[in-house]
Every structure is written in structure tokens, then in C-alpha cells.
Design a protein around this ligand. Structure first.
Ligand code: APR
Ligand code: PHB
Length: 390
């Protein structure tokens, strides 16, 4: 097979790239290790930055989001022993976020690929990347048969565990990482959610209330990395959540049997550079953020914005200006998201072994935020997501 851009990975990054390239008349083939149903069964965060909302609208992917999504003007923070706090994102930035699930976005992206006749190959195995500084190709096996795609460029959109990042030579690749000694135990419940998404700090640990739709709630509590899902009955979960959220909010929590329960580890990770020869990384293939800032999907979309612009300039205007600056430009935004995600994680979680000094600094960080409009404005600027660079 031959195509202009071979896209490894059919998650949101790979599919959105294929969609934007198609709109510009550039051919691609998406290869995906799993089946489509498997990709669509993953449960992930669902808060969109204003820039992501704009991109979905610009590329004709916003119909369902604009009908069923929940516009979000700010975020509620509950803090043990202190008054509730509201980060007034719209007031400080003039921009509005949106609560809309990644699963629904991915469904719409698949529908668009199918409608546009975009080529996708599922259930590929043994994917390997070749000749990244010459005439690149990708080989893989499918149902026992070897196949090969020759291409001009490879987009590595294959998530944290995919082979693309590893194709960058070890002496070139630099990796930066922070692992956290705790995870988020999340449950999904078919009950009306709390009025607003809320983050909570409590001396027992972080807790959070989120939503998927008017009849589907998503809640999380911080748990030690060593805990197993089996350690957490629904009753134990609800008791922990109630203890960590203030009493005056208990009336807003509608409990019920969980329809899903899982533990997600928290990790910060960045690989540099995001380009090697004809290979370009985008999304989780290059970076992971802890979910506290809800930046993961937004970063995947901003990478794809920069990468698609660069590929379009290459094929349509014969200019490699954006291809050459892709890694640096994308990484500036990646590090900004890593930064706020790490700070929010530090602010809102209890770290095993922390001492009273750490706790005093955390309390003071919250007091500074709650007490200063300047700090709120700065926070909102980062939380809404940095503007795209020209
Ligand atoms: N060959 C082909 N596809 C692969 C391979 C492989 N060897 N390895 C992994 N993949 C596929 C995975 O099955 C997955 O569908 O690549 C896809 C990567 O998708 P995601 O992990 O969803 O990553 P990305 O598209 O970058 O989206 C980022 O996902 O983890 C969240 O918070 C993150 O919301 C963000 C989003
Ligand atoms: C979620 O809805 O799953 C969610 C929302 C915001 C976050 C993390 C997760 O910061």
C-alpha cells in the first residue's frame, strides 16, 4: 500500500489527524491494534478547553457536542474546613469550556472517517517503523499476513504503549517522568450528577465529582497505588466520598450501584523531541498528564492542530517551516499543560510521607488562590489552555 501519511493508532489523536488531512485533500491510512468497539469502550475524562471546542466546530465535529454537551464556566473547589471556592474561568478568560465525553468524540470521528471513505485497518500486530530518515514505511501483520505501507510521513499516534516513540533512537530521545504513589478510583453511576464538576481536597485524600450526561455521574477518590478494585465495595466508595466532600454538598450526591469501577494510575511523562526524521509523535505517544487538569485529550488535539498545519503547508505550499518547528512548538504547550497538571495534583492530593511543612504550604497555596484575583486570573489562563501559536 502507499499513502501520504501513515497514521499509527486510531485513538482521538490519530482519527482527528486523518479527518483534518482529509479535509485538506491529503491521503492517510490509519492502522489500529484493537477493534473499533474496543477503542470505543474505553472510559476517559471529558472536559474540553475552549480551543478544543473551536477545533471540533471548525472541522464539522460539534453537532452532538453542541446539542448534548454541558458548557462549563468554571470549576468548583471544596476544601476541608474552608469556604467553597469557584474558579471563574469565563470571568478571567472570556472563554467557556465544555463537558463532553471523549468516547462520544471518538464515535463521531469514526463516523466521519466512515462517511468520508477514510482508510482504516484494525487488528494490526507487530507494527514496525522503517527508514525514518529516508523513504519511510510501516510494516505489520494482520490475520497472519504481512503488509507494508510506504508513505511520505509517519504520524505516531499510538498512545503511551505504542511502538512509535521507541523508534526514535535512544541516544536522541529524552524522557522526563514523575510517577505518583496514588491512583484515582473511579466509578460510573446511572444517577443525576452534582450541579457542577467539583474537585475536593481533604486530609484523607482527593475526591472529585464529574458527569457524562444528565443521568450519568462519574466520581473519583484518591487511593494508594497498591489498592485493588476488589478492595473497594460500592459502600466503601460512597463512605469515602461523603467524608471527603463537605456535608452541605451531600444532598447533591445521588448514590446507586456502580456500573463501572476502575483504578487509574497517575503519571506525568514527556518524551522529546516529538519529531525524528519523517516521524512525528502526537498525543499520548509523546506525553501523559495526570487527570487532575483534564488536559490529556486537549493536548492530543493541540498536537494534531500543529501537525496537520505543518503537513498541509508541506503538501500544499511546499513549505517545511511548520514541520521544522513542530516539536518545539508542540512541546511549549505540552510543558504548560504538564506544569498546571502537576501543580493541581500537588495542591489537591495527600502525598504519603508528607510533613506538616508540606501541609502548611499546600494550605497557603489554596489561601493565595482563594484570596487573590490576580492569582485566579493566572490560574484561569493556564486552565483554559494556552492559545495556539502562529
Ligand atoms: N499499532 C497500532 N495501534 C496501536 C499500537 C500499535 N502497536 N499501540 C497502540 N495503538 C493504539 C491504541 O490501541 C489506541 O487506540 O493507539 C491508540 C492510541 O490512542 P489513545 O491511547 O487514546 O491516545 P491518543 O489518541 O493520543 O489520545 C489521547 O487519550 O489517554 C487519553 O488522556 C488521554 O484523552 C487523551 C487521549
Ligand atoms: C472526568 O469527567 O472523568 C474528569 C473530569 C475532570 C478531570 C478529570 C476527569 O480533571
Amino acid at each position: 500500500m502507499r499513502t501520504q501519511v501513515c497514521i499509527i493508532g486510531g485513538g482521538p489523536a490519530g482519527l482527528f489527524l486523518a479527518h483534518v488531512l482529509h479535509a485538506a485533500g491529503i491521503e492517510s491510512i490509519v492502522i489500529e491494534r484493537q477493534t473499533k468497539n474496543h477503542v470505543l469502550s474505553r472510559i476517559r475524562a471529558g472536559v474540553l478547553e475552549a480551543g478544543t471546542v473551536d477545533l471540533l466546530r471548525q472541522y464539522g465535529l460539534a453537532g452532538r457536542m453542541d446539542r448534548d454537551g454541558m458548557p462549563k464556566d468554571g470549576t468548583r473547589i471544596f476544601w476541608e474546613g474552608k469556604a467553597d471556592f469557584w474558579i471563574d474561568v469565563i470571568r478571567w478568560t472570556g472563554k467557556r469550556m465544555m463537558v463532553w465525553g471523549q468516547t462520544q468524540i471518538t464515535e463521531d470521528l469514526y463516523a466521519a472517517r466512515e462517511r468520508d471513505g477514510g482508510e482504516m485497518v484494525f487488528e494490526v500486530e507487530n507494527v514496525a517503523l522503517h527508514d525514518l530518515d529516508g523513504a519511510p514505511s510501516v510494516t505489520f501483520d494482520r490475520h497472519g499476513e504481512s503488509q507494508r505501507i510506504d508513505c511520505d510521513f509517519i504520524a505516531g499516534c499510538d498512545g503511551f504503549h505504542g511502538p512509535s516513540r521507541m523508534a526514535i533512537p535512544a541516544d536522541i530521545r529524552r524522557e522526563y517522568e514523575r510517577a505518583y504513589p496514588f491512583g484515582w478510583l473511579g466509578i460510573m453511576v446511572e444517577k443525576p450528577p452534582m450541579k457542577e464538576i467539583a474537585y475536593a481536597y481533604h486530609s484523607e485524600g482527593f475526591a472529585m465529582a464529574s458527569r457524562r450526561n444528565p443521568m450519568l455521574s462519574r466520581y473519583y477518590v484518591q487511593v494508594p497505588s497498591t489498592d485493588k478494585v476488589e478492595d473497594w465495595s460500592d459502600d466503601r466508595f460512597w463512605e469515602a466520598l461523603h467524608r471527603r466532600l463537605p456535608e452541605h454538598a451531600h444532598g447533591e450526591i445521588e448514590t446507586g450501584p456502580s456500573i463501572e469501577k476502575s483504578i487509574a494510575p497517575l503519571r506525568s511523562f514527556v518524551a522529546e523531541p516529538m519529531r525524528w526524521g519523517k516521524l512525528f509523535l502526537a498525543g499520548d505517544a509523546a506525553h501523559i498528564v495526570p487527570p487532575t487538569g483534564a488536559k490529556g485529550l486537549n493536548l492530543a488535539f493541540s498536537d494534531v492542530f500543529y501537525l496537520s498545519r505543518a503537513l498541509i503547508a508541506h503538501f500544499r505550499e511546499n513549505s517545511d517551516r511548520y514541520l521544522d518547528s513542530y516539536s518545539q512548538m508542540a512541546l511549549r504547550r505540552v510543558w504548560a499543560a504538564e506544569n498546571i497538571s502537576w501543580r493541581m495534583t500537588k495542591l489537591l492530593h495527600v502525598f504519603p510521607g508528607e510533613d506538616p511543612f508540606d501541609q502548611k504550604i499546600r494550605q497557603n497555596d489554596f489561601d493565595l488562590l482563594a484570596g487573590s484575583e490576580d492569582i485566579q486570573r493566572a490560574f484561569a489562563f493556564e486552565y483554559i489552555g494556552l492559545p495556539f501559536e502562529d
